[in-house]
Design a protein. Structure first.
Length: 460
């Protein structure tokens, strides 16, 4: 009986891992394909960034909806629907012959993927007891973290033999296999019976995040001060600020809110939100690492992408190890270790900006640190702090905070690096990232100790 249970849980994890891998890869895999896409489809250079941004934007818009639906109708059903939508978006992009078609397909992909990661993390909370969640979330975090970094490497390899369409066609058979396996293996118990959905809250949150993302993406890095006075920038940023209090007011009065405002009275959840935002800022910097390697070490772009392998390996190795350590030592100690490693990594690169050996050593530190924050630790805390009915909701909240950090970080880093001596600008960037980690390190001291954390999930 015991072996059968272990085998079944392993199959559940395989289904979840594969879905998470697909969704995460499609955030980063597009970069190397852009030159090929530009060759076949004429695109204004100012607009090409939307191939990235629209995916993240629609991902943000769907997170809370799918998280709530999975509570109402079961994890399996919503996971399958999410993967199916993602597959349809992939098919649409693979057949695209215009920029507009690509944007529509990427939007559909992003919307579908918004249900994959939160539902996968919530399923872990449903299936595994508290003392085993850390190691399992560590493995899921490893898949997500590694996918985010290896996307450009994988894309470069495929594009050596196939056209850019292959990056999206390959998602279709994999999605079908995931759907068939999910039907067979994933549990589908409903967590809550209340059928009312907070459509106004979902619409307000989607509008708020969309306005914020759209305003950020309208900033012209080469004409920062002029573009900030553009109504398309300040208008949409102001709209997002105005929508925020309306959203909070709506959620306080909603019968079945998508965001329970009183959750933020919980210090653990507030701290997780801040750390997740900081993690997103740091993740955004990896888009610029190949450019840094090209400028610092005079290597080709393809070589620069492969220079990220130490970070990939460190993330892959660190995620399951730190996940297991979470179960034994608690989240605070592991998060402090992870952030300390990243502080050391970014400080080393900032000081020794043109040393290839230091770059590799620092990459190992950064990868290990990232395996903690991108992996299990923050989601582990959320699972321990809420009841079963709110698991998917809070997993979605972690994704939202991280994604907003990525959007903000991408815009900020782009502005920081434009019109400057590149190595000096990169040195300044890495120093700022080290300071960001120091702030996160200080905040992390306020997380619960292992003893208090155990008392929390025993009560649950």
């Amino acid at each position: 009986m015991k072996m059968r249970k272990i085998d079944h849980n392993t199959k559940i994890l395989a289904v979840l891992f594969t879905g998470v891998l697909m969704g995460a890869l499609d955030i980063s895999i597009v970069g190397p394909a852009l030159p090929s896409i530009e060759e076949t489809i004429k695109i204004d250079q100012r607009l090409i960034g939307w191939i990235f941004s629209i995916y993240v934007l629609f991902n943000l818009m769907g997170i809370s909806l799918f998280a709530k639906l999975s509570d109402l109708y079961g994890r399996r059903r919503i996971y399958i629907i999410s993967v199916l939508i993602f597959a349809l978006g992939s098919l649409w992009v693979s057949l695209a012959h215009s920029f507009e078609m690509i944007l529509v397909g990427r939007a559909i992909q992003g919307f579908g993927s918004s249900g994959i990661f939160p539902v996968a993390s919530a399923t872990v909370g449903d299936v595994f007891p508290p003392e085993k969640r850390g190691r399992v979330l560590g493995l899921i975090g490893m898949v997500f973290g590694v996918a985010f970094i290896i996307g450009p490497i994988l894309a470069g390899s495929l594009l050596s033999f196939f056209s850019w369409n292959s990056l999206f066609i390959i998602n279709i058979p994999i999605s079908l296999l995931v759907i068939l396996a999910a039907i067979k293996y994933l549990p589908n118990e409903r967590i809550v019976s209340e059928k009312k959905i907070d459509w106004l809250g979902i619409a307000l949150l989607a509008s708020l995040l969309s306005s914020f993302a759209f305003g950020l993406n309208q900033i012209d890095e080469k004409n920062i001060y002029i573009s900030i006075t553009n109504p398309m920038v300040y208008g949409f940023m102001a709209l997002s600020i105005l929508l925020f209090p309306w959203f909070i007011y709506t959620e306080k009065r909603a019968i079945s809110p998508i965001l329970k405002v009183n959750m933020f009275y919980n210090r653990q959840i507030r701290l997780v939100g801040l750390i997740a935002f900081g993690t997103g800022l740091i993740q955004a910097s990896f888009v610029f690492f190949p450019a840094y390697a090209v400028n610092a070490f005079a290597v080709a772009v393809s070589t620069a992408s492969f220079m990220l392998v130490p970070i990939v390996l460190a993330t892959a190795i660190g995620s399951p190890i730190f996940g297991r350590m979470l179960d034994h030592y608690g989240s605070r100690l592991i998060i402090l270790i992870g952030i300390f490693l990243m502080v050391m990594g970014f400080l080393l690169i900032s000081i020794y900006i043109d040393s290839k050996i230091i770059f590799y050593i620092a990459g190992l530190f950064i990868g290990l640190g990232l395996s903690v924050l991108s992996g299990s630790s923050l989601r582990y805390i959320m699972l321990n702090e809420v009841n079963a009915a709110d698991r998917a909701l809070t997993q979605g909240m972690v994704t939202i905070f991280t994604s907003v950090g990525q959007l903000t970080g991408g815009a900020f880093i782009g502005m920081l690096l434009v019109n400057a001596n590149h190595l000096e600008a990169f040195s300044r960037l890495f120093l700022i990232l080290a300071i960001t980690n120091i702030i996160m390190f200080i905040l992390s001291f306020r997380l619960k100790s292992r003893r208090v954390e155990q008392e929390t999930y025993v009560k649950k």
